[in-house]
Write a protein that binds this ligand. Structure first.
Ligand SMILES: O=C(O)CCC(=O)C(=O)O
Length: 297
């Protein structure tokens, strides 16, 4: 995929010219389940095109931005479903994202039938949705991005047989700073986690599980320097133009990050990331509460 503009993440530039960028491969959710499982095992990620009903996803995007109207987030006169940023500093409004994650409407969205039915088939059993579910808003001009990490860092108290769903709530072009994946990095994530397990072995149980213990970085991230990591592993960051209705599934070892939103029309990136696993397997008890800013995860 040729990208005609610089992709920046926490101050680091990812350039097409350095051959460190590639395109994420889409998958059809109607494909045979064993083929999807095999691709997931080999690549650590599955970008499922159109798994969800596009209209329902857009209805939730509208609902979210309508609820934020009084914060001044939206450009005056714009349609909330477009999520056009006003450029103004956010005011305190009647609601905020930490309340939205407790909405029944959001819970219903995360539990929508195509999602749990997919996981029941994919994982081959009854599934559980982690209570701690995150909604992220990416405003144009915001320079803070998600650094390179794999999810198990934050989920060491349960099974590693779990899947993250990253769901764009609305279309999310590369320019809007959607999730990017480090090609082939599931294997590297496993090696890193085995190293951390050894380093953490002498720590008390709570610290051993923590993403922020003495052996980890302050954020739990591997690095913010995405180009250096791609150079080191001689691989590429995979980008995609996601659409409302898509769902990306990634393994807890797959390394991912995000880039700045440079949308020319000031469109905000809204997404959610939620985790499913078999109900019969160990569930990290720290994830059994709604997401709050001070939950220490
Ligand atoms: O959306 C983001 O920026 C980060 C999401 C993430 O880390 C995840 O889906 O696990």
């Amino acid at each position: 995929m040729h990208i005609a503009f610089p992709l920046r993440s926490n101050g680091y530039l990812l350039s097409d010219a350095a051959n460190r960028l590639g395109a994420l491969e889409p998958s059809d959710p109607a494909e045979e389940m064993n083929a999807l499982r095999e691709r997931f095992r080999a690549q650590g990620v599955l970008w499922l095109k159109g798994l969800l009903d596009r209209k329902s996803v857009l209805a939730f995007r509208r609902r979210y931005f309508e609820a934020m109207q009084d914060t001044g987030l939206l450009a005056a006169g714009s349609d909330p479903v477009d999520g056009i940023f006003s450029g103004a500093a956010e005011q305190r409004g009647k609601t905020n994202t930490y309340e939205v994650v407790r909405w029944a409407a959001y819970e219903a969205f995360c539990l929508s039938e195509p999602i749990w039915r997919f996981y029941e088939a994919f994982l081959d059993g009854a599934v559980y949705l982690h209570k701690r579910k995150i909604i992220r808003l990416g405003k144009p001009g915001q320079t803070r991005c998600t650094g390179a990490h794999y999810d198990l860092t934050y989920l060491r108290g349960g099974t590693d047989h779990l899947c993250t769903s990253w769901i764009p709530i609305g279309d999310c072009t590369v320019a809007m700073g959607g999730l990017i994946y480090l090609e082939g990095s599931d294997a590297f994530g496993r090696v890193k986690e085995a190293e951390f397990s050894q380093l953490n072995a002498h720590l008390p149980p709570e610290a051993r599980m923590s993403a922020y213990n003495e052996n980890m970085s302050r954020s739990g991230w591997l690095t913010e320097d995405l180009p250096a990591l791609a150079d080191r592993l001689d691989t590429r960051w995979l980008t995609a133009n996601y659409e409302a209705g898509d769902m990306v599934v990634h393994s807890p070892y797959m390394i991912h990050a995000s880039t700045e939103n440079v949308s020319p029309d000031q469109r905000m990136r809204l997404s959610t990331d939620i985790r499913y696993q078999l109900v019969s397997e160990r569930i990290d008890p720290r994830w059994a509460k709604d997401w709050t800013p001070d939950d220490g995860l």
